[in-house]
Design a protein around this ligand. Sequence first.
Ligand SMILES: Cc1cc2nc3c(=O)[nH]c(=O)nc-3n(C[C@H](O)[C@H](O)[C@H](O)COP(=O)(O)O)c2cc1C
Length: 207
Amino acid sequence: MTMQAVPPGPDPLPASAGQDLLHLLGQRFSTGPKYLAAPGPTMEAWMRAARVAERAPDHGALRPFRFVIVGDDQRLALSELFAQGALERGQPPDDVERARARAFNGPGLAALVARICPDVPDVPVHEQWMCVGAGLMNFLNALHVMGFAAKSLSGLSVSDEAIKAAFCDSDESLACWIVAGRPREPAHPRQREPVAPLLETWRPTKA
Ligand SMILES: Cc1cc2nc3c(=O)[nH]c(=O)nc-3n(C[C@H](O)[C@H](O)[C@H](O)COP(=O)(O)O)c2cc1C
């Protein structure tokens, strides 16, 4: 039997760097806007995170997501949309002001826009959403590795028609917002009670 040469993987890391990266990824957790400090990611950092998001498993190469960064100069315009949406939903004045203020949350703010096509042969809608989720996870992990804390948030604003129209084309939806900045406090990873085994070995028949 002849031994075939195994081609090297892309950009092999020294083993220690791989271990460090695994350790770091194991420490990621979400950090809400209250616990984020400036600076937020630069455009270059957002772009690096988007490039890593693009490595999500993508059946059919649809790339069913994209990111839209809301710059500091655009927060005021977004706050008007948030406030208008709350007004139109009939929310009381305090809630309208809270909605307005939410547009200023997080030193960095991005929107995750999804484009899910119902009629793609071999790529059902759930696989496309899985790709969007994987893109989000890669995006959050990349921010984390670059030293940013972040959190994905939705709320009523993502289904507000005027806000959707401001970010999405007609075949797209606003999946969530992503706030990011430097963490004000060291990480406190949450411990959860396991709801089911995380990993097990399959057996053909369950005893
Ligand atoms: C698409 C999406 C939308 C979310 N929207 C909210 C939200 O509006 N409010 C909230 O508290 N958590 C929301 N979450 C959950 C948080 O982002 C976060 O995952 C959760 O607090 C658990 O923290 P962890 O990521 O550290 O496990 C959302 C998560 C996803 C994936």
